[in-house]
Design a protein around this ligand. Structure first.
Ligand SMILES: [Zn+2]
Length: 169
């Protein structure tokens, strides 16, 4: 039995909004500009909301800001591009983002960042053995081509590492 090489990456098959609906998204605090987070708020027992519908709060441990998202506040998925990437719920800039020569890198949270790093670092990318075409629409299938190009790998990794060093505990 061969030990799998650390340079291999197995696509977990996450959908494109997997990290957008996660319990914790790091954003830049609109009040003090330090690292804040959008978290799912505590629900009462009758509340069966899930995913996008979950109640969310923006909280900052630096300045004490706490905002609750109102139920009919619009949810929007931004595309990043050359501009600041925003969170879907409060539309504040993501904390984890970095411009590189080739394009804009961003991640919703440290888990997202780690997975991106593993993906970019992998020299061999394998698909799940039950690979299906719809996977192309998943998180990794949708990444822009420049992130996937071997010639950009070192620079993309440097960008991701700079994002990681910007994290506060
Ligand atoms: Zn703050």
């Amino acid at each position: 039995m061969l030990t799998p090489s650390p340079a291999r990456f197995r696509d977990p098959g996450y959908g494109k909004h997997h990290f957008a609906v996660s319990d914790r998204i790091l954003v830049r605090c609109p009040k003090c500009e330090r690292q804040a987070e959008v978290v799912t708020a505590v629900r009462d027992a009758r509340d069966d909301s899930s995913g996008l519908d979950m109640p969310r709060r923006l909280v900052c441990h630096h300045c004490g800001l706490s905002r609750q998202r109102k139920k009919d506040d619009p949810i929007a998925f931004f595309r990043g591009g050359g501009q600041d990437m925003l969170d879907p719920y409060f539309h504040e800039p993501l904390w984890l983002q970095k411009n590189t020569r080739h394009g804009h890198l961003w991640a919703y949270n440290p888990e997202h960042l780690n997975l991106l790093r593993q993906y970019v670092q992998a020299t061999l990318r394998e698909h799940d053995p039950w690979y299906e075409p719809w996977r192309k629409m998943g998180l990794f299938g949708r990444l822009p081509a420049w992130i996937k190009q071997a010639k950009n790998r070192d620079e993309v990794l440097r960008g991701l590492d700079r994002m990681r060093t910007s994290l506060t505990a």
